[in-house]
Design a protein around this ligand. Sequence first.
Ligand SMILES: Nc1ncnc2c1ncn2[C@@H]1O[C@H](COP(=O)(O)OP(=O)(O)O)[C@@H](O)[C@H]1O
Ligand SMILES: N[C@@H](CC(=O)OP(=O)(O)O)C(=O)O
Length: 462
Amino acid sequence: MKVMKFGGSSVRDADHIRRAVDIFSASPDTRAVICSAMKGITNDLIDGANRAAAGDESYRDLISAIRIRKLEAIQELFSDIRAAEEMKQAIEAELEELNNICHGVFLVRECSPRSLDLIMSFGERMSNRIIAAYAASRGEEVFFVDARELVLTDDSHGEAEVLFAESYERIRSRFHSREGTGIVTGFIASSPRGITTTLGRNGSDYSAAIFGAALSADDIEIWTDVDGVLQADPRVVPGAGVIRDLSVEEAMELSYFGAEVLHPSTMIPAVEAGIPVWIKNTLNPDVRGTRIARNVSSGPGLITGIASIPGVSLINVIGGGMVGSKGTAMKVFSAFARAGANAIMISQASSEHSICVVVRSSEAARAVRYLREALEHEIRHKIIQEIQEIDGLEVVAVIGGNMRGKPGVSGQLFHALGGKNINVLAIAQGSSEMNISFVIDEKDHSTCLNCIHTAFFPQSQE
Ligand SMILES: Nc1ncnc2c1ncn2[C@@H]1O[C@H](COP(=O)(O)OP(=O)(O)O)[C@@H](O)[C@H]1O
Ligand SMILES: N[C@@H](CC(=O)OP(=O)(O)O)C(=O)O
């Protein structure tokens, strides 16, 4: 039995929805189909909420644009006039509710994370209603599931924590009482008090893993717009090939370091339940795709993939006085934690002369402010000479289970970068020896990814 998920790119319009329904209806053992909002709609909803909160009436234009996309899709999908009319009415009712909520935000000039979750939920609610009704109109045995009735979370709005035991129980009981395929809203959930929450941006993959684990699926299939997980971002490295099999650890590393096709933490419920996750292409359904599973051995290459996180800053705490001084590192990392800045990468010179931490640029100024406060004593007594912030950078990570215990990977890597005159500002290696990450100037993005790809995957270049 399978659980499938179709991302925003796979349900972006009527043509894609048709293909998605073709795919799941050709696979009768599909018990649940989790769909995202049509591509771009979640961003439009966030934009609309922000405009309304700023007192800008143009939020209405965004809702009108969403309405047009929905009505066009309905028009193309439903040949039966009555069915199309019913669907239109259902969507108009959702849009009216959305409009009222946004009007409330406009009046109070404020959009709390809780209100934003509710506003974002309309993307998945509307797309899944249309997909379920369209599949039913083709004679498929399907039932619509608003995941807010089944997936329970705490109330940390924006990226809520799932309450697994209660959610699994509800999912199992709903599916045991129904025949056919459940068409389930991804991304959205609710708190025990019934308040709408979301699982974090791109959270529909996570929803698929939750339903897969709850229903003990044999496989989870994530359908997207590329042939699988590729060796690098195909928009930057056009020659990147498909990775056939990925271990869970490699997949986690790739997603952590920005491979957009996967999302961190997504796979945890599936992994814990031992369910393989497949990444497949809605536009090319016959291609095998990538399989992510436990105990997969890495492919033949020295590395498996390359990923990168743009928009980062490097914060360098420099001071000869730190050598042998106990507790400075602790002060540094506590300051980052208090500033709410997530350390993406950390590297400390072995001379203990500097600690360098990479954070998202949006968090950098605040982190530096907290650091200066926390290290005031050290700065005054010249234990620390400088706290440096360098912006406009990118973290690149080279990942692969085969790197473990194999000498020469770093040599080959930095030789390739040197050959293209790419300056490396900091380097770190995970203790799992499964990744080498380093910091470069953002301007070297494309040259860097392409030269690493050429160096490690020469066979993909033809
Ligand atoms: N290593 C990679 N492998 C495959 N796709 C990648 C990779 N890195 C970035 N991408 C991008 O991720 C996109 C798919 O992710 P996303 O847009 O979130 O899909 P969906 O809409 O299906 O959820 C692809 O179109 C591709 O451009
Ligand atoms: N619609 C949500 C959830 C999601 O997972 O979307 P997608 O599958 O298109 O990444 C978002 O944009 O964050």
